[in-house]
Design a protein around this ligand. Structure first.
Ligand code: ATP
Length: 269
């Protein structure tokens, strides 16, 4: 989902328990959480703590959720912005927003700064899509200046999410910037089952509900789609006046979500 422009140092209570599957990614991000919790342990021997990591994967797979869970686990404030919010800004506004964000982050460190859809500002020169080149470059340059301006032990970790790592300006990927990549994939059937488990928790469901079956019926679905299905199913059952959500409601919800995805894809193509 879209990160709000300037989530300003929010305290989050999301933890790794809220993130289903993504076991390998979790191991990697736990390391980063430990950097935030015990920086001295790592700098004691002269090592430098990384400043940034790139979360790479398709839309709706839990990149934002994972970034928030890291803040929740480390018990640090969460700052966020989305690259796409910088589209169509007046000259200079993008850069000044980036400057502002990091100013606040420095004041509240240790903390996490999350940049969703970084490709919107971080595209390699010449591969520009949305923003006027100058303005996009100003915004990107400011981001690079900010990242170079703090040291690894300052307690700020910058996470950025993208589904297009291939278009990113290589300046972003240099050591001391986003030099780690963590890949977040579309869940397999086991992963989908775990995601259903999480999102079924608040749902009053009938005993006939077969989670394995739901997972098998939803190949290619991301976590966001599964969350959507669970919610739709509850609404469909409620509309019919039922007291619990059953398999037929889930089947209707799956059809509806598939229909929605097809429409969306048509628009994109
Ligand atoms: P985008 O690239 O579109 O920003 P994203 O990868 O950041 O997507 P999220 O915003 O984290 O995806 O996911 C949207 C919602 O989908 C989450 O708030 C959560 O409800 C659900 N979701 C996605 N992945 C998972 C997961 N692995 N476990 C549990 N819920 C998930």
């Amino acid at each position: 989902s879209k990160a709000q422009l300037f989530e300003k140092g929010t305290r989050v209570n999301i933890t790794f328990n809220d993130v289903a599957g993504l076991d390998e990614a979790k191991v990697e991000v736990m390391e980063i959480v430990d950097f935030l919790k015990n920086p001295k342990k790592y700098t004691a021997l002269g090592g430098k703590i990384p400043k940034g990591a790139l979360l790479v994967g398709p839309p709706g797979t839990g990149k934002t959720l994972l970034a928030k869970a890291m803040a929740g686990e480390a018990q640090v404030p969460f700052f966020s912005m989305s690259g796409s919010d910088f589209v169509e800004l007046f000259v200079g506004v993008g850069a000044s927003r980036v400057r502002d964000l990091f100013k606040q982050a420095r004041e509240k460190s240790p903390c996490i700064v999350f940049i969703d859809e970084i490709d919107a500002i971080g595209r390699a020169r010449g591969k520009n899509a949305v923003m006027s080149n100058d303005e996009r470059e100003n915004t990107l340059n400011q981001l690079l200046v900010e990242m170079d301006g703090f040291s690894g032990d300052s307690g700020i970790i910058v996470l950025a999410a993208t589904n297009r790592p291939d278009v990113l300006d290589t300046a972003l990927l240099r050591p001391g910037r986003f030099d780690r990549q963590i890949s977040i994939d579309i869940p397999d059937v086991k992963g989908r089952e775990k995601i259903f488990d999480v999102h079924l928790k608040p749902i009053k469901r009938s005993k006939d509900l077969n989670i394995r079956k739901l997972a098998v019926q939803t190949p290619g679905f991301a976590g966001a789609d599964i969350a959507n299905i669970c919610n739709e199913a509850a609404l469909i059952a409620a509309r019919k006046g039922k007291s619990e959500v059953d398999m037929s409601d889930f089947n209707d919800a799956i059809d509806r979500v598939i229909g929605g995805l097809e429409k969306k894809n048509k628009i994109i193509l």
